[in-house]
Design a protein around this ligand. Structure first.
Ligand code: ADP
Ligand code: MG
Ligand code: MG
Length: 887
């Protein structure tokens, strides 16, 4: 041991540490060291390492033996530099004690300023500053902070004494109190501490120092910090560092100030100095909101603002501008800084890379490449894929007025306005007339899909972030507010009633904000998302660096267009079931289902064929030769029939069949667990004519386009829910026969692929065998997750949130791929597939295709592409680039 260093010094241009030592010194300590060594004016001090924190807890709250001596040595070095002595009656050194973990944990641990003051040293401060009021103001602040942070005193009690003092003096502002007032308050504060806690306020500076150090280390394990770490996945082993730094004072008069600034605008990314300051104030006053801080520069001044720092302290302002340039050139990133000016001299107290919006992140990254500060790869890595979500949905115009009537879960981002409707059919009907609607349901179910498609946004009173409404809406890139307990849906009364009493009737207009969960009255104007300007520039770089292709899940030419606009390089999943649901086809579909023999089914299917062909043509045209994967019918047939008695009756009437017949069919098709029932290729195996018709439609569409419009198309036909090689073998043979027949009929030869979804564990486990019949695999990780976990996504809402909250699962496995379980099956499927067929095309088409962490995983196992909902395509592109760049 022995040789271990526990304390790192910084001051007068020299520092033991540097910016790379964040793990040991915490973010604050590492950057104080770095700023010191690049010559910026940083008050001298030292950092006690995070290792001390770790050992402190390992050894039953005892410090390492060597710490005491190291603190003494470093304190002496600070004293020497400052020409002051800690605890000295005539020339006292005062310090701040500041926490600082590796990752910033705002508001978690407190800072103590002005430490070292007592009834003796305060006289020294008066003598030195010639300012009694300042000295006692500093002293009372210290007593307030220390008794709160270290001794556990209730802040309010002292605040109350201060208020009483102001009342007694007949003043409103702290600044109106005199030296004598503050002096009396110090006495009163201490007495109150003694009365409340039964302990004396410590006079001995050394005791104060160790008390403060202990409080910072102690705060690492307080409930607030533990909760914060859990929410932000910060390990407890990291520990916090403690920074002890000589004080500088922004509150010694009008040539003093304190402020915070960003080297660029953190909200827009604009390249100008953005900051706020207060004259004659100490540190936390700027954020505390007691006084309103002022902009530092004239350019950002609004009418009614007090003078800018640029005017009030012009020399310091210029110096600060210079430091801004130095910091940006040094760190090559936007910095968030704290500074204080004492009697016209500027000091730097903190810097770190600044938090920013997605918009700002992109602009700053692109600008910094143009300025030659960073290269394109760095720029790409500067933007977090998940951040992009903010930019990809229409959003409410920030300048608009809003009347909020309720708040639910922000289930799918974006904003939408429209007339309220309460059923999916109403939504569809209204959309047909060109009306914009918001579909309001207690909960949604698969039967509502057409209404959700037609609606601008979805509002549900029940259900969580993984409810049907939430999942489907996110897939559609549609705004959704779920689980909004603030509203009561009254289907019979065609109205909803908000908790605050507001009644919204069918046809009334509301607006949803899927990013905040807010429900508003009336149409709040929105702005549409697009990839342009800096965003487009950045995405251009992204595409240079990524290996994996990105496709979209899209069922209609409209979705395909959106996908293309967002940069999709193909369609990875076209679901065909919606093509059966449309009003003019559902009758034929039902006729097919009710037919007792194959001839009857063929006849009905023949009616659907030209419409499906039209759908595929539209899709192929929109994708202009890019690959399109079409999945043959997947859901069980009962989904196409009504379930309610009255609907059955009504349908029977329109179809001209006895209600009895229809009811029988519905009963016959009923399944206890449709998710694991007669669906996917099991339909294809038992009713081959359905898949034959679909393959025919696909190939005829392709042949006609090739022949008539000179297209390049390679259709990829995908067989769902295969568990056994033979299933795929049969389906493949059927499909090949149809393809050959169609091509012969048209006299054209086109390339086509037949592959399968790997969405059952058995398929992954036997992928080597399945590959003998497949040209490609697409991992359907939604079903693969359901079947691997043995849980149904639609029922998971009852317990999954609890699992995630309590750490039983790290993440919702339907959002982020479960790499250790489901991921293993994906990996195995890839390896076994390639074992049989080296060049087999591999992709993923579950919701995970748009989740950054899952995309990184897909890159690692070597997938050729990911496919996600159109609105997540840019996120997937960026995540794929991050993966290629080894992020
Ligand atoms: P946080 O991590 O919450 O920002 P800080 O340790 O940065 O806490 O300190 C809080 C405030 O106190 C900041 O405004 C900071 O600038 C100020 N401050 C900290 N140390 C000193 C010091 N040595 N001299 C003057 N002000 C200080
Ligand atoms: Mg700070
Ligand atoms: Mg599936």
């Amino acid at each position: 041991m022995g040789a271990q260093k526990y304390v790192y010094f910084f001051g007068a241009g020299k520092a033991d540490g540097n910016a790379k030592m964040k793990e040991l010194l915490g973010g604050k300590g590492a950057n104080l060291a770095e700023m010191t060594s690049i010559g910026l004016p940083v008050p001298a001090g030292f950092t006690i390492t995070t290792e001390v924190c770790t050992e402190y807890y390992k050894n039953g709250r005892k410090y390492p033996a060597a710490l005491d001596a190291e603190v003494k040595t470093n304190l002496a070095a600070v004293e020497k530099l400052m020409g002051k002595k800690f605890g000295d009656p005539s020339n006292p050194l005062l310090v701040s004690v500041r926490s600082g973990a590796r990752a910033s944990m705002p508001g978690m641990m407190d800072t103590i300023l002005n430490l070292g003051l007592n009834d003796t040293t305060v006289k020294g401060i008066i003598a030195q500053s010639g300012d009694e009021r300042f000295a006692y103001d500093a002293y009372r602040r210290f007593v307030q902070m220390y008794s709160d942070v270290v001794m556990g005193m209730d802040k309010e009690a002292l605040e109350h004494l201060l208020e009483r003092k102001k009342e007694a003096r007949g003043v409103h502002l702290d600044t109106d109190l005199t030296a004598a007032d503050w002096k009396e308050l110090v006495v009163a504060f201490k007495a109150k501490v003694k009365e409340t806690l039964g302990a004396d306020f410590p006079e001995d500076p050394e005791e104060q120092l160790w008390g403060a150090i202990g409080a910072v280390f102690g705060s690492w394990m307080n409930q607030r910090a533990i909760t914060y770490r859990k929410l932000n996945s910060i390990p407890a082993e990291w520990g916090t560092a403690v920074n002890v730094q000589s004080m500088v004072f922004g509150n010694m008069g009008n040539d003093c100030a304190t402020g915070v600034a960003f080297t660029r605008d953190p909200s827009t990314g604009e390249n100008y100095f953005y900051g706020e300051y207060l004259v004659n104030a100490q540190g936390e006053d700027v954020v505390a909101g007691i006084r309103t801080p002022q902009p530092i520069n004239k350019a950002k001044q609004k009418a009614g603002d007090l003078p800018a720092m640029e005017d009030v302290l012009p020399e310091c302002y210029l110096q600060l501008c210079n430091i801004r340039d130095i910091l940006e050139r040094h760190y090559k990133d936007m910095q968030d800084i704290e500074f204080t000016i004492e009697k016209g001299v500027l000091y730097m107290l903190q810097c770190r890379s600044g938090k920013r919006t997605a918009k700002a992140a992109i602009k700053i990254a692109v600008d910094m490449v143009k300025e030659g500060l960073i290269d394109e790869k760095t720029a790409v890595l500067r933007v977090a894929p998940s951040q992009l979500d903010q930019l990809l949905h229409p959003s409410l115009d920030p300048k608009a007025k809003k009347e909020i009537i309720a708040k639910g879960l922000p289930a799918s981002p974006g904003a939408a306005s429209g007339e309220v409707v309460f059923t999916a059919d109403e939504a569809e009907a209204a959309a047909k007339l060109g009306n914009k609607v918001i579909l309001v349901r207690v909960e949604t179910s698969p039967e509502d899909i057409h209404g959700m498609h037609a609606a601008q946004g979805i509002l549900t009173a029940r259900g969580g972030m993984t409810s049907h409404a939430a999942v489907v809406a996110r897939g559609m890139g549609k705004c959704c507010v779920a689980g909004c307990g603030d509203i009561k849906v009254d289907y019979a009364g065609h109205k909803l009633v908000a908790k605050n009493g507001v009644v919204v009737k069918k046809g009334d207009v509301i607006t949803l904000d899927g990013s905040t969960g807010e429900v508003m009255l009336g149409a709040v104007p929105t702005v549409a998302a697009e990839v342009s300007g800096d965003f487009a520039t950045l995405m251009g770089w992204v595409d240079k660096f990524r290996r994996m292709k990105v496709r979209a899940n899209a069922d209609t030419p409209h979705d395909a267009k959106t996908a293309r606009d967002f940069g999709a390089e193909g369609i990875g999943l076209c679901r065909t079931e919606h093509m059966f649901f449309e009003a003019n086809r559902i009758a034929a579909v039902r006729e097919m289902i009710l037919s007792e023999d194959i001839e009857g089914r063929r006849k009905a299917l023949l009616k659907i064929l030209p419409m499906q062909k039209g759908d595929f043509k539209g899709l192929f045209r929109e994708m202009k030769g890019l690959p399109v994967t079409i999945r043959l019918l997947d859901p069980p047939l009962h989904e196409f029939l009504p379930q309610e008695e009255k609907d059955i009756k009504a349908l029977a009437e329109t179809m001209g069949v006895p209600a009895e017949t229809l009811r029988h069919k519905v009963e016959f098709l009923h399944e206890f667990n449709p998710m694991l029932g007669h669906r996917g290729c099991r339909l294809g195996v038992t009713f081959p004519e359905i898949y034959d018709m679909q393959v025919q439609a696909i190939m005829e569409a392709a042949c006609e386009l090739v022949k008539d419009e000179g297209f390049q198309i390679v259709p990829e036909i995908m067989i769902p829910l295969v568990a056994v090689t033979k299933e795929l073998g049969i389906m493949r043979a059927n499909a090949v026969a149809v393809c050959e027949e169609v091509m012969a009929k048209y006299g054209v030869k086109i390339e086509y692929l037949i592959g399968t979804m790997i969405e059952l564990p058995r398929a992954a486990i036997t992928a080597d065998s399945i590959a003998t019949e497949a040209d490609f695999f697409s991992f359907g990780t939604n079903d693969l997750t359901q079947t691997t976990f043995g849980l149904s996504r639609d029922d998971a809402g009852k317990f999954l949130p609890f699992y995630v909250e309590n750490g039983i699962l790290d993440d919702d496995p339907f959002v982020t791929l479960d790499q250790n379980g489901v991921g293993c099956l994906v990996k195995m499927g890839c390896e076994k597939g390639r074992q049989t067929k080296a060049g087999i095309k591999l992709g993923i088409c579950g919701e995970h295709g748009g989740d950054p962490a899952s995309v990184m995983f897909c890159d690692k196992v070597g997938l050729d592409y990911v496919s996600c909902s159109p609105f997540r395509v840019p996120i997937a592109r960026l995540a794929a680039a991050h993966a290629s760049l080894g992020a």
